[in-house]
Design a protein around this ligand. Structure first.
Ligand code: 3DD
Length: 426
């Protein structure tokens, strides 16, 4: 896999050997990605294409990067969150000749510097998580959409929402495939991945008992549901807050209490925001919280917990554990904020388990191939947001099931005929 060394900036290249081992561990649990790499390293459909990636640098992302390179792509990579890069994994990729600019704990200025570094090789494909890369291209290099970029992919709910808004405004100047909206991503990564990894992040940063605790989940979408159901499994009393009636109703039927944040603030022990919206927990909520309340976020951006409000109420603060800052308020109470209000699952743990990222990244990989193959045939997709095909979803789920040793039934020709025969009533 070693090819001419790319330029890179990582925390410490000497961590490469540790990163190699972490990537091997992830790879051993990503059979769909290893099957895709085996198939496409022969045909190399991405040969001649330059992919700029902006996605959390984790052991699972490294498997995606290596698969893209095996399929012929040249890759330049940055992390999509200042706190989510695993420095050993970044070192391993750099040591294998990948052009990568990512380290844990960068500031916002450095974050955008890294993105700009990946744009120096004039990518024709982009691979994004949160749309910061795509937005930076449109803002700082608008000519790229015309001159170089043939298309992109977007990993997360918030990013797709942002891109659909751009497209509605006529501001999106190249085609982007909404990987997040694939069933084999949204219904698995967001639910089971976020569910487990968020609790993983909370436990690594606090090591508190979850059983018996009042856990307030703000936002009962795919992510919030995943967190709430898993927290129940560990014995927590889960409260959901929502603005969407159907989502709130689902929470009640899943056995959770539903109330306004103004009420939940008084009784919650642990607060987890998963809404994608800003100012979910603000000053009046902090004022009502119990002494010792733990607050964290698992939404993509760090806008959901208003830390400016919290600072106004604070007498002093200290780093009490890794990824855990104790704020002592003027009213004498203590509030613990995890991962600086950023994605707790990636900043305080390792993100979703490899088994679910296997399918998310199979969608990323196949979508990049789809864009390249269409381009090679002179069929550039139209500007805007495009969905994954239902066929791709079923193909990925089928491969996954097979690797898990499961086989399923198949409709007979008669059953297929019955399904489509509208005259066959009662
Ligand atoms: N995300 C969560 N865990 C991840 C991991 N282990 N590697 C890379 C990215 C990871 C974030 C994505 O799941 C993205 O789908 C999201 O934020 O929704």
């Amino acid at each position: 896999m070693n090819h001419k060394p790319g330029k890179y900036k990582v925390k410490d290249i000497k961590l490469a050997a540790e990163g190699d081992r972490l990537i091997d561990w992830a790879e051993s649990r990503m059979p769909v990605m290893t099957a895709l790499r085996k198939e496409y390293s022969r045909t190399k459909p991405l040969k001649g294409y330059r992919i700029a990636g902006c996605l959390h640098v984790t052991k699972e992302t490294a498997v995606l990067v290596k698969t893209l390179v095996a399929a012929g792509a040249q890759v330049s990579w940055s992390g999509c969150n200042p706190l989510s890069t695993n420095d050993a994994v970044a070192a391993s990729l750099a040591n294998q000749g990948i052009s990568i600019f990512a380290w844990h704990g960068m500031n916002v200025k450095e974050f955008y510097w890294c993105i700009e570094e990946t744009l120096k090789f004039k990518p024709n494909l982009t691979l994004d998580d949160g749309a910061d890369l795509i937005f930076t291209i449109h803002k700082n290099h608008p000519e790229f959409a015309e001159k170089y970029v043939i298309g992109g992919t977007e990993e997360t709910t918030t990013g797709v929402h942002r891109l659909r808004a751009m497209a509605a405004d006529g501001a999106l100047k190249y085609p982007v495939i909404a990987v997040n909206d694939a069933e084999t991503k949204w219904d698995f990564d967001n639910v089971y991945g976020t569910g487990q990894s968020t609790l993983d992040g909370i436990l690594r940063a606090t090591s508190v008992l979850l059983a018996g605790k009042n856990i307030v989940v703000a936002g009962y979408g795919h992510c919030g549901k995943g967190v709430g159901v898993r927290a129940q499994g560990l014995g927590a009393n889960v409260i959901a807050t929502e603005v969407k009636p159907t989502a709130a109703l689902k929470a009640t039927l899943d056995g959770m209490r539903v109330m306004k944040m103004d009420e939940a603030a008084k009784i919650g022990d642990i607060f987890i925001t998963a809404t994608g919206v800003k100012d979910i927990i603000v000053k009046r909520h902090f004022e009502r919280m119990k002494d010792g309340a733990i607050v964290c976020n698992t939404g993509h951006y760090d806008c959901e917990i208003n830390l400016v409000d919290l600072e106004k109420l604070t007498k002093s603060k200290r780093l009490i554990r890794d990824n855990n800052i104790e704020y002592t308020l003027k009213n004498g109470k203590r509030i613990y904020v995890l991962a600086e209000g950023r994605l707790v699952n990636l900043a305080a743990a390792e993100g979703h388990p490899s088994e679910v990222m296997d399918m998310s990244f199979a969608n990323q990989f196949l979508s990049q191939v789809r864009l390249a193959v269409a381009h090679r045939k002179g069929q550039r997709l139209e500007d805007g947001v495009h969905d994954i095909s239902a066929a791709q979803d079923q193909e990925i789920a089928g491969v996954k099931l097979k690797t898990m040793g499961y086989s399923i039934d198949k409709l007979t020709p008669e059953q297929r005929k019955y399904q489509d025969d509208y005259s066959a009533g009662t």
